[in-house]
Ligand binder design. Structure first.
Ligand SMILES: Nc1ncnc2c1ncn2[C@@H]1O[C@H](COP(=O)(O)OP(=O)(O)OP(=O)(O)O)[C@@H](O)[C@H]1O
Length: 906
């Protein structure tokens, strides 16, 4: 596998798009839905029939692969994911993402039914497993079949994007901990502090996958019992190290990354009946999917140099997969029912566009941040250290032996010394005994000597004295000897003392050496342990399989490759046949007689007519889709208006306008965290000194504590009614436009027909003393439509510029534009952009003052300023625009983009 050839230059390849239709579900059967989707596998086409027009000309789309209602998970994997996973194992980055309306089978395709993921489920159930669990097995079967010399390091991470926040599905962190996206020249875009886990086998990787799945946000909606409420990304990182066969001892390292993305489904509130938290989730989901649509649009249109990756966390994380260095496969999931025609058409448009995205995938060779490289180097260093220690260990052993010898020789020396001292003592004792004897004899002689002794006695005495003299002489000699011996003895005693000291010193040294040896041995053991642990992280190729099994696995992969090639050939043959038929048609056209030519021309006219018809259809689709979006957006805007007013009222009850204005000026909007940064503030009471409220944990805790310790007493309220009203509001969304919530109907407020520029209302502005209009919310929204770029919401200093008195509101009366104390400015900002899309393309705020509540006007957004002191604005109806030739499909205007709460459209 390894070679020294330079890496091939990256060649562009398009995103592969596969479309899959799920079977009709019970709800669709129950409502008597009919099928409007037809799948043509041989030509890879999807035909979509307009509901109620089964004989009509269908809309036709061609994709890389298409699947009907009876498609099998195995076939989907083999055709769509197998090649991608193999590429990742070769060192490419790969991404597979599932897109589609809620409840259409994204999770089914990516993961499979929950029951199929149970490790102990039946083989039939296992057949229903989706792409992700199959990819897990595929990766390890590849590793098992690889050459034994190749080392693999496999890791995984799992995250979800919930309400525009990134959460770690594998980490032990608290749910509130939102992770940040960062960019690094080596790593590219990455999520800081995201948990990555090293895995060595299928069960280990599956364990991580299932653990993460359990943490995902899932909820019930009217469209899907187990609807994913977040986008999830399961990533498998695979690094391989292979020795180069050029004798240099160098290694080739490759690092592939596989992103498996299960997006949350696009949804219409009218169908899902989402309220409260579900509605908030839906808004976040639709906004990020709109941002994804805008990125795809910008990439495909080619004209726009700016691709808005930063508009959402999802697009930022998928940056490399869309127009980057990744091989990408998109799975579009469809419902076959007429009830979902609009959403299906929208998904098909989306998928059709994605087909044209060009990526430049390349193998990641010797990446600087390869962990495997790091591990390999560490292991090498540890081995060297161990070798060194081992060599030191041998010296230590010798030293130990020497010490032992020394100990023995010491013992021997000690014994010899002992003997010598003992000898000396013996001779000394002998000497002393001799002296004692001498003294005794002399005493005896002195006692018995007199002048009357016989000659014999005298002779004996004389002989005795002579002997004594002799002995005395000898004794003198002995004294000298004894003295000498004494000195020797002292010398020996001294030596003994020195020897004892040496002995003690050597014993201490010996003990120290033994401790050192012990430490070295322990160190060696722990080092061996570390190396073992490090090596355990790496998986060797071909570990688990016998040669025969490895052969079988290889043969299986080759077989898969053959099937894929065969399918590719089949497709080529079909295309070739079609091309030949077209050619024949052309040849016939050239050589037939006039009559034939006329008939051919008729055919051409028919074809052109059909094309005109299709184009008209398309225009109509666009109009309808836009109308749907517009309705959804208006609904959302109304909803947000109610929320906003409620918050505003509440805040005004708690704080003075001037206080809010002051705080607003000092606050800043942080794009990274998508939240306001409010400075610390103190409410200095006249008599009581309140503590400084920090916006950190402590400040919030204090506020929370304060809330805990107080009760909401509403003046004149009946407690039962209050309870009921609250629970109803909760059910219908705390701020939903529900009669139970106490919000008046839209007719009462003059929203219908005349739009938001309806009847005058009681003043509700914070800043303006002048009368305010119902249109004030939209005043701030319209400012986006005035052609002013609104990239970021920056509040600092703006409040001081406003209010601005303006003429030309919805009904021509004086109105006041001002900054709203919005509880959720980003949503307003995004809606500004959305409303910008709704404006006529050549809209000029000054010129459009005349279009006011005219008959047929569908959208009357009046009363607000455009932030430049210009007049307010109403939008004309679509018919009016069409008549004025001002309406074009949005994809003709690369600089504009849609951000709305409906399903993204083109
Ligand atoms: N190809 C299919 N064959 C059989 N059943 C399917 C198929 N696709 C989807 N389903 C079933 O349809 C239901 C909804 O599918 P799924 O949850 O995968 O939708 P989804 O697109 O992920 O929805 P959401 O966006 O709400 O999460 C599930 O019960 C699933 O088993």
């Amino acid at each position: 596998m390894a070679n020294n050839k330079p890496a091939k230059p990256a060649t562009a390849e398009c995103v592969k798009v596969m479309v899959r239709t799920r079977p009709m579900n019970q709800k669709e059967f129950d409502r008597g839905s009919t099928r409007v989707v037809q799948v043509e596998s041989t030509t890879s086409q999807i035909q979509l029939f307009k509901p109620g027009e089964p004989e009509g000309v269908p809309r036709s789309f061609t994709f890389d692969v298409v699947y009907g209602e009876d498609s099998q998970q195995q076939a989907v994997y083999d055709e769509c994911a197998f090649g991608l996973v193999e590429s990742v194992l070769e060192g490419y980055n790969g991404t597979m993402f599932a897109y589609g309306q809620t409840g259409c089978g994204k999770t089914h395709t990516m993961m499979g039914p929950a029951a199929s993921l149970d490790p102990s489920c039946s083989p039939e159930m296992q057949e229903l497993r989706g792409i992700i669990p199959r990819a897990v097995r595929h990766i390890f079967s590849f590793i098992d079949a690889a050459d034994k010399g190749i080392k693999f390091l496999v890791r995984c991470s799992y995250l979800e994007i919930y309400n525009e926040n990134i959460l770690d599905l594998l980490g032990a962190r608290k749910e509130q901990e939102h992770l940040q996206i960062k960019e690094d020249p080596n790593k590219g875009i990455f999520v800081k502090d995201l948990t990555t886990v090293i895995v060595k086998s299928v069960p280990e990787l599956e364990k991580m996958l299932f653990a993460g799945m359990k943490n995902r946000k899932v909820g019930e909606t009217a469209m899907n019992k187990d609807s994913s409420r977040s986008h999830s990304i399961f990533t498998i990182y695979i690094e391989t190290a292979e020795d180069l066969k050029d004798g240099t001892g160098k290694q080739k390292i490759k690092a592939g990354k596989l992103n498996l993305v299960d997006l949350a489904g696009s949804e219409r509130q009218s169908k899902t009946q989402a309220t409260g938290a579900r509605l908030d989730e839906a808004k976040a989901i639709n906004l990020s999917l709109s941002a994804l649509g805008n990125v795809i649009k910008a990439l495909v249109d080619g004209g726009s140099s700016h691709v808005p990756y930063r508009d959402s966390k999802l697009t930022r994380l998928l940056q490399d997969s869309l127009g980057g260095n990744t091989k990408t496969v998109m799975v579009a999931a469809l419902s076959p029912a007429d009830y979902n025609y609009d959403e299906t058409l929208s998904t098909l448009h989306y998928a059709n566009r994605a087909k044209s995205i060009k990526n430049k995938p390349r193998i990641n060779e010797d990446p600087k941040d390869a962990l495997l490289k790091e591990y390999e180097q560490e292991i090498k260093q540890l081995r060297a250290l161990l070798a060194q220690l081992q060599s030191q260990g041998a010296t230590s052993a010798q030293m130990g032996e020497a010490l032992q010898n020394m100990q023995q020789s010491l013992k021997a020396a000690k014994a010899a010394d002992h003997a010598r001292v003992e000898d000396n003592v013996d001779s000394l004792i002998k000497k002393l005994e001799l002296q004692g004897k001498k003294i005794k004899i002399i005493e005896e002689e002195e006692d018995g000597d007199d002048q009357y002794s016989s000659p014999e006695v005298k002779r004996k005495k004389k002989a005795k004295r002579a002997r004594q003299q002799q002995e005395e002489d000898n004794e003198e000699e002995d004294d000298e000897l004894a003295f000498q011996k004494q000195r020797e003895l002292e010398e020996v005693m001294k030596q003994k003392e020195t020897l004892d000291q040496d002995k003690q010193r050597i014993a201490v040294e010996l003990q120290q050496k033994e401790q050192l040896l012990q430490r070295e041995a322990e160190e060696k053991m722990s080092l061996e342990q570390v190396i073992k642990e490090m090596e355990k992280k790496l998986v060797n190729g071909g570990q688990a399989l016998e040669d025969k099994e490895r052969e079988q696995a290889r043969a299986y992969r080759e077989y898969q490759e053959q099937i894929r090639q065969q399918k590719r050939k089949e497709k080529q043959l079909v295309e070739e046949k079609k091309r030949k038929e077209d050619e024949m048609l052309t040849v016939q056209k050239q050589y037939n007689n006039l009559q034939d030519e006329v008939s051919e021309n008729r055919k051409v006219i028919e074809l052109l007519k059909r094309q005109v018809f299709e184009t008209r259809q398309e225009l109509k689709d666009y109009k309808e889709e836009q109308q749907g979006d517009r309705d959804e957006m208006l609904q959302t805007i109304r909803q947000q208006g109610y929320d906003l007013k409620f918050y505003r009222k509440l805040v005004r009850m708690l704080m003075k306008d001037e206080e809010i204005a002051k705080l607003k000026v000092k606050s800043e909007y942080d794009d990274d965290t998508d939240d306001w940064i409010v400075p610390q503030f103190k409410l200095a009471a006249k008599e009581v000194t309140l503590p400084t409220l920090g916006m950190g944990r402590k400040g919030y805790d204090m506020m929370e504590q304060e809330k805990e310790n107080r009760e909401l007493a509403i003046d004149g309220g009946d407690s039962n009614d209050e309870e009921e009203g609250y629970s109803q509001q909760k059910k219908g969304g705390l701020f939903s436009k529900n009669p139970a919530s106490g919000v008046r109907s839209s007719q009462q407020k003059g929203i219908n027909g005349g739009g938001f520029g309806g009847q005058p209302q009681a003043p509700e502005t914070y800043f303006a003393p002048a009368a305010n209009r119902r249109g004030d919310i939209n005043g701030s929204i319209i400012s986006g439509a005035s052609g002013q770029p609104q990239k970021r919401v920056q509040s600092r200093g703006r409040a001081q510029q406003l209010p601005t008195q303006q003429k030309g509101g919805a009904n021509g009366q004086t109105s006041t534009s001002h900054i709203l104390m919005s509880p959720d400015p980003p949503i307003l900002a995004k809606n500004n952009k959305a409303m910008a899309q709704l404006a006529p393309l050549d809209h000029n705020p000054v010129q459009n003052t005349s279009i006011l509540n005219t008959p047929g006007s569908t959208l009357g957004l009046g009363g607000g300023g455009n932030g430049r002191g210009g007049p307010g604005m109403n939008l004309p109806s679509l018919e009016t625009l069409q008549q004025q030739n001002k309406l074009q499909p949005l994809n003709h205007v690369p600089t504009k983009k849609i951000i709305g709460t409906g399903q993204p459209k083109y």
